[in-house]
Each structure stands twice: as structure tokens, then as C-alpha cells.
Design a protein around this ligand. Structure first.
Ligand code: IPM
Ligand code: MN
Length: 354
């Protein structure tokens, strides 16, 4: 198959982890005889430096034209003055919004080879397989913002349409899994959550009677993710809650560096990115964990290009590399010397037989 992939390395460790993901995609092309073309564009801090705009027109155009977009990370101390008018993260949010990718899929799976890297005891990690579906283009991230020297406001708005479409996507995904959905909100306090909960109750009863629905307050969900993570199947929630819960959930897998994500619109055209940030403290040293980005490339093949065997081949190769002990510092075993970003890429390519 032929496809155009937009490549946005971004800031910090972004270019380093992206380089490994591209090597893996090229190996897949060769092995399975596909022809992908790659077009690179700027986003985030580097785009502010060169264009004065974190989401320049050329990048917007590429996102509109490409079959799928792979992103590294954005942001860094150079651009994070709290009083700055233009911030790298605005580029990321503008991109998500312009692509209409309202559903952000963040799979959280534990694996025995990584139990030792998690701060939690291994009996809590056994059999964890969660898909977090985070609403991505609404809520406080996109509401009206105001600031005076002594007060600040972030408006959180959700419409019925915004809630329904993400709940529906979560319902469809639950049907490919264990048919259990936990809808997470704060309906004891927030009006947006009360609307969310009543729509969830109504929509799942009507359209997904075969799916089991539970509701959970976000504070309780944060606790249950640590005490009984294996009980969850699909967890669906609004933008900010999903952001926070997935950083927390990443600790089940051993490291934030392991988690991929797919952001989809109604046509399943998507944006793919690791859930970690630009990690400025380790940028440029060749030691970042590329697995989150490589696994995001696997999700790209699965969700935007429909290449399931190819996606699975990458996922197996990542596990094989980790099992073989090829691990960056964030997941290194005690007493073992961590390897660099490139070496992880090499081990994954080897496991792919490429
Ligand atoms: C994420 C990140 C972003 C978010 C930041 C960089 C704006 O934390 O993708 O989870 O909050 O959505
Ligand atoms: Mn986040």
C-alpha cells in the first residue's frame, strides 16, 4: 500500500525518538512491501523559533493532506515562561483541533518483563489491559481563558455532540475488547460531568446494550487505577481527567516512556504520539526511551492504514527487545547498564528480522 505520513519531530527528545520510529516504519515497508512517503514539518518550540508560530501554515497543510501524522514531542524550558504569549503547546492543541481528532486512545498494558520497573507491586500489575479513551478537543483546554494580575479563568464547556461522539467511539472499541466501559467524571461537583453522565447512561443503554457500563468519580478512579487496575477494560473520560489519569496509569506499565497514543477523528484519520513530553532534562543525549513513539507508529499502521499484522509485528518486536534486556534508563533492571535510544531501535529492528 502507498501512504503519506506526516512527520513532526518537534522539540527536546522528539527528534531522537522519531528517528527510531522512522527506521522501524522503513523496515516494515521493506518487509511487507509497502511504499510510504514521509514529509517533515515543524511544530512547537522549533516552529516558534523559525516562524514565530507553533503551528505554521505548512504544518497545517501537511496535517490536512497526510494519511496519518506521527509526532515526537513539543515544549521545553526555553519557551515556558508563564507570561509568554506564544507557547509550543498551543501548536499541539491547534493541530489536534484542526485535525478534529476528538478521541485519544491510550492503551495501558502491563507485561511481566516490565513489572520490576513499576513502582507498584507485581500482584497489582497482573493482567492489566486498559484502553483509556480521552476526549481531546474540548473542555478546559479549549474554553475561554482570562487573566488579570489577581484572577484567572479557564472555562470548561462540553456540548452533547462532543460527548456523544467520543462515548460512541469508546463503545465501538469496547465491542472489540471485553465489552466493559467505565465512564469517569466528577458529577458530584461539575455541571459538565452531570451532562456527561446522563448522556453516557442514555447512549449506552440505547446503542450499546451489549456493553456493561459503570460510572466512577475521577478521584476514585485515580485510586482504583492503583488498587484494582486489572478490573478496567475501556475507560472513557473528558480531556483534563484523561490527561492526568494516563500519566498515572503509565506507571503500571513501568514507564511513561512506554505509552503510545492514537488520536482519531470520525474518519479515523489520525495523529499518533507518545504520551510523554519533550523531556528537556535528557534531550540530545541519546538516552530517551523510543518505545512510546515506536508503539505509536504501530497504532498508526493499525488505525489509519488498516495494517494489523504489521502493527502486531512492531508490538511483538518491542516486547522482544525489552525481554532481551535492551532497556533505557527509565526501565533498566537493577545492576544492569542502561542502553541508548539507538540501541533500542537496533534491537527492535533485529527482532523484526529487518
Ligand atoms: C499530553 C500532553 C499535552 C496535553 C500537553 C503537552 C499540552 O501532556 O499529550 O498528554 O496536556 O494534552
Ligand atoms: Mn499529558
Amino acid at each position: 500500500m502507498e501512504a503519506l505520513i506526516g512527520v513532526l519531530p518537534g522539540d527536546g527528545i522528539g527528534p531522537e525518538v522519531m528517528a527510531e520510529a522512522l527506521r522501524v516504519l522503513k523496515a516494515i515497508e521493506k518487509k511487507y512491501q509497502h511504499r510510504f512517503s514521509y514529509q517533515e514539518a515543524l511544530i512547537g518550540g522549533i516552529a516558534i523559533d523559525t516562524h514565530g508560530d507553533p503551528f505554521p501554515d505548512a504544518t497545517r497543510k501537511l496535517c490536512a493532506d497526510a494519511d496519518a501524522v506521527l509526532l515526537g514531542a513539543v515544549g521545553g524550558p526555553k519557551w515556558s515562561d508563564p507570561d509568554a504569549k506564544i507557547r509550543p503547546e498551543q501548536g499541539l492543541l491547534a493541530m489536534r483541533s484542526s485535525m478534529g481528532v476528538f478521541a485519544n486512545l491510550r492503551p495501558v498494558q502491563t507485561h511481566p518483563a516490565l513489572y520490576a520497573s513499576s513502582p507498584l507491586r507485581s500482584e497489582r500489575l497482573h493482567g492489566v489491559d486498559i484502553l483509556v479513551v480521552r476526549e481531546l478537543t474540548g473542555g478546559a483546554y479549549f474554553g475561554r481563558k482570562e487573566r488579570t494580575p489577581d484572577s484567572a479563568t479557564d472555562v470548561c464547556t462540553y456540548t452533547r455532540v462532543e460527548i456523544e461522539r467520543v462515548l460512541r467511539m469508546a463503545g465501538e472499541l469496547a465491542r472489540t475488547r471485553r465489552r466493559k466501559i467505565t465512564s469517569v467524571d466528577k458529577a458530584n461537583v461539575l455541571e459538565t460531568s452531570r451532562l456527561w453522565r446522563s448522556i453516557a447512561t442514555e447512549l449506552y443503554a440505547r446503542e450499546f446494550p451489549d456493553v456493561q457500563l459503570d460510572h466512577l468519580y475521577v478521584d476514585a478512579a485515580a485510586m482504583h487505577l492503583l488498587s484494582r487496575a486489572a478490573d478496567f477494560d475501556v475507560l472513557v473520560t473528558e480531556n483534563l481527567f484523561g490527561d492526568i489519569l494516563t500519566d498515572e496509569a503509565s506507571m503500571l506499565t513501568g514507564s511513561l516512556g512506554m505509552l503510545p497514543s492514537a488520536s482519531l477523528n470520525a474518519e479515523k484519520r489520525g495523529l499518533y504520539e507518545p504520551i510523554h513530553g519533550s523531556a528537556p532534562d535528557i534531550a540530545g543525549r541519546g538516552i530517551a526511551n523510543p518505545c512510546g513513539t515506536i508503539l505509536s507508529a504501530a497504532m498508526l499502521l493499525r488505525h489509519s492504514l488498516g495494517l494489523e499484522p504489521e502493527a502486531q509485528a512492531i508490538e511483538s518486536a518491542v516486547i522482544a527487545a525489552v525481554e532481551a534486556g535492551c532497556r533505557t534508563a527509565d526501565i533498566a533492571l537493577p545492576g544492569k547498564v542502561p542502553v541508548g535510544t539507538r540501541a533500542v531501535g537496533d534491537a527492535i529492528l533485529q527482532a523484526l528480522g529487518a
